[in-house]
Design a protein. Sequence first.
Length: 331
Amino acid sequence: MRRLLFIVLTLLSTLLPGLAHAWWQAEWSYRKPITIDGGPQAGAIGSDAGRVPVLVRLHTGNFKFEGVSETGADLRFIAADDKTVLNHQIEQFDPRTFVRDLGDVLDIASQSFSSLWFSDHLMTVEPFRMECELLATHTVSELGKWTDQSVSLGVVVTAVKKQISKRSGAEFARLTVEDFSGSSEVLVFPEAWTMLADRVKTDVPVLLKGSYSRRDQDVENPTFIVESLTPFVEMRLTGQVAVSIDVAANGAGVGVGGTLTPDVMRDVRAVIDSHATSHEASPALEVQWSDSSGMRARLRSRTLRIAASQAALTDLRALLGPDRVRLVRGS
C-alpha cells in the first residue's frame, strides 16, 4: 500500500529558509520534507556545524511501515537541491524502530531541507538482492561513466518508451531502470529491441548486460546501451545460480548456539528431497564447510539437484537461517 511519509527532525544546525519543489524522479511516488533546525529553540549550536552525520529515527509514531520494503531498500534521502542522493546506512530495522545514519554527506551549512522518498518498484527486486550482488558488475548510480568493459546490472524496468528511428524507420526503446542505488534511462537499439521487446516487462527483476559506444568515450554522460536481458527467475530455474548450504556458518534458530543438530539436518534433507529435481538444467546442490584447520571447502553433490526457487530458499532458510543458505554461480 502506498503511503505519504513525513518526518520533522531537530538537529545540530542553523535553520535556512526555503524548500525546493522540483520532483526528484518520477518512479518515486511520494515525498515529505525533513526540517533541520539548529536555531536557539532547537540545537542552539551557534556556529556552522559543517558536514556531520545525521541520525534519522523512524518509528510507528511518525512512520507508516505498510507498503515499504521489508529491508527499507526503497527509501531515498534527497538533498535540498532535489538532485543529490544522500548516502545512508541502515543501522537497525524492525517493525517498531527504523534507524538510518546519513554519514558524512549532509552539508548543514548549505542544506536545511531534504526529502524522504520511497518506491514501490524495489519491493519486486528485494527477493533477488543476492543475484544483484552476485552477478551485477555495476549499480545504476555508476552509469554515465564510460568504460570499455561489458557492464551487468541487476535492475527492474519501471518504464518503457518506444520510439521510431528517423533514419531507418525501425523501432527502438528507452528503458527506465532502477536498482537499490537509484534510477536511470538506458537505450536499446533497433536490432537488440527486435529480440528483446517481448521479454521486457515492467516490475520484473532482470539482469541487464550492455556497454558504451566507443564514440562516446569522451562524452560527459555517455548512454548505456542494452545488449541482453534475462529475468532473475529464469536464471534460477535454468541453473545459472545454485543453492549453497554453509554448515560452518553461524546460524540462528538451529539448535543451541546455532548448532546443526541431527533433527535439524533430517528436516533439511526432507526439504531438499521435496524440492529436488532430475532436470539436467538444474544445478547441483552445493555444501560449504570448514575443516579442523579452519580451511574452507565446498562440494557439489553428484546426485542432488535443486532449482534455486523462492520456495526452496524460503523453506531452507526457515530451518537454517539466512546466513547458512545462499546463492552462488551455477556450473
